[in-house]
Ligand binder design. Structure first.
Ligand SMILES: [Zn+2]
Length: 413
């Protein structure tokens, strides 16, 4: 363990940030991921609550389900509320699933009112055109009712972040059909499923997949349940790059991020170790309450605690340039506190250091190439660093490893 030594990182350099400096940046997607993906399931088929919802829950994932309201009864209302409580989105797919864009526009309101009344903990925010049929008038009707986006059935034309240069583009969200009955664009293999994820990661945009039948051969565009599991596992394996979310949350994020900005900064006026900043947007706060992931420049300081109002905002990552965390636009002042916590205990046995902080234990070891490897208790590698290393532990339950003088903060999982 000769390359590893403990230091107390407490460099209280004089604060040089002023109001003219750029405060930070807003990440394009949550957790600074490269793209966003939403799985959508149409028509609330009988296997959606029995196969799809549990498969998502098992993997800690959520999706969007578009419901036809004529199918609502006591049983299905309980089912959609259970799905919603797990974080899934329930969206509007009209009353009777008509094929004319005019009737679709007419049915948008009664379907939304019925769903909003049926859902205990969620407001309906997105729409799904039956058969993908819509016109400019349909878009206007759907938008006026408070839907923030709508999904059609057409395949993606672009994978870029700027998929919605005009507001109408949010009401023409493209999708990748799953299952053979969707025709030429209906993918059937895991490899095909994965190929679109690769495109999304490269393009940095937002894609949706469209499912119907899962595990019931008589359902439209049915796929075997094992195919769904394989696709979910493939998606999950890429979740360090992909924000797996719902249509509503992805669109809320995208709309907020394009208009949000940092507001006035006040540093150390009351307490020299507390920075106060604001994060604002121009959207109605009753709908647009989605947290944004932001990077606030720290001018070489390190922060140990971030709050928005009374809520702690966990530190997601920290370098010598910025601290990354999530905050809600117009959600109140954000205060950032400088400083560190002490390490509770350190044992160094046979080149393996065991560090305990906040009742969590992590291992640190060195290999023969003087690479310092940080592991969690479950054996997951947190970090590998080469060079002269030292570490300390920050107050938020994260720890800082300093490599060649540059501190990095990593949250303990
Ligand atoms: Zn449908």
């Amino acid at each position: 363990m000769k390359n590893l030594f403990i230091v107390v990182l407490f460099t209280m350099a004089s604060v040089s940030v002023n109001a003219q400096d750029k405060i930070g940046e807003i990440c394009k997607w949550d957790f600074d991921k490269k793209c966003a993906v939403a799985l959508t399931f149409d028509d609330w088929l009988t296997t959606h609550p029995t196969i799809v919802v549990p498969a998502l829950q098992e993997r800690g994932m959520t999706a969007t389900f578009y419901v036809i309201t004529k199918d609502l009864n006591q049983n299905t209302i309980t089912q959609i509320n259970t799905a919603a409580e797990l974080g899934n989105e329930i969206g509007n797919h009209t009353v009777t699933h008509p094929s004319s864009d005019v009737t679709i526009a007419e049915e948008a309101r009664p379907a939304k009112e019925r769903l909003d009344a049926a859902l205990v903990s969620q407001q309906v925010l997105t729409f799904d055109y039956p058969y993908g049929a819509f016109s400019n008038e349909t878009i206007d009707s759907v938008r006026k009712l408070g839907h923030i986006a709508a999904r059609g059935v057409w395949p993606p034309s672009s994978y870029s972040y700027n998929f919605a240069p005009n507001d109408d583009d949010y009401y023409n969200l493209r999708t990748i059909g799953v299952g053979a009955a969707n025709g030429a664009n209906g993918l059937t293999t895991t490899a095909q499923f994965a190929s679109y994820l690769t495109k999304a990661i490269k393009g940095g945009g937002f894609i949706t997949y469209l499912y119907h039948g899962v595990g019931k051969s008589s359902d439209y565009a049915n796929i075997h349940k094992d195919s769904l599991y394989a696709q979910l596992d493939t998606l999950k394996s890429l979740d360090d790059k992909i924000w797996i979310t719902t249509v509503a949350d992805a669109i809320k994020y995208h709309r907020e991020a394009r208009c949000a900005s940092f507001s006035g900064i006040e540093i150390g006026n009351v307490n020299p170790d507390i920075y106060i900043i604001g994060l604002v947007d121009t959207l109605p706060d009753d709908i647009y309450n989605q947290p944004l992931t932001v990077k606030v420049y720290n001018n070489g300081n390190t922060f140990c605690e971030i709050r928005q109002g009374d809520e702690i905002c966990p530190i997601l990552y920290q370098t010598n340039e910025y601290v990354m965390f999530r905050a809600i636009p117009d959600g109140g002042n954000i205060s950032l506190k400088r400083g560190y916590w002490d390490i509770n205990s350190v044992q160094d046995i046979n080149d393996i250091a065991t560090i305990s902080v906040n009742n969590k234990t992590i291992f640190v070891t060195t290999d023969t190439h003087a690479t310092v490897v940080f592991y969690t208790l479950t054996g997951k590698i947190l970090s590998k660093r080469t060079g002269t290393c030292s570490f300390s532990v920050a107050k938020s339950g994260s720890y800082i490893v300093t490599v060649n003088g540059l501190p990095k903060t990593i949250v303990i999982n």
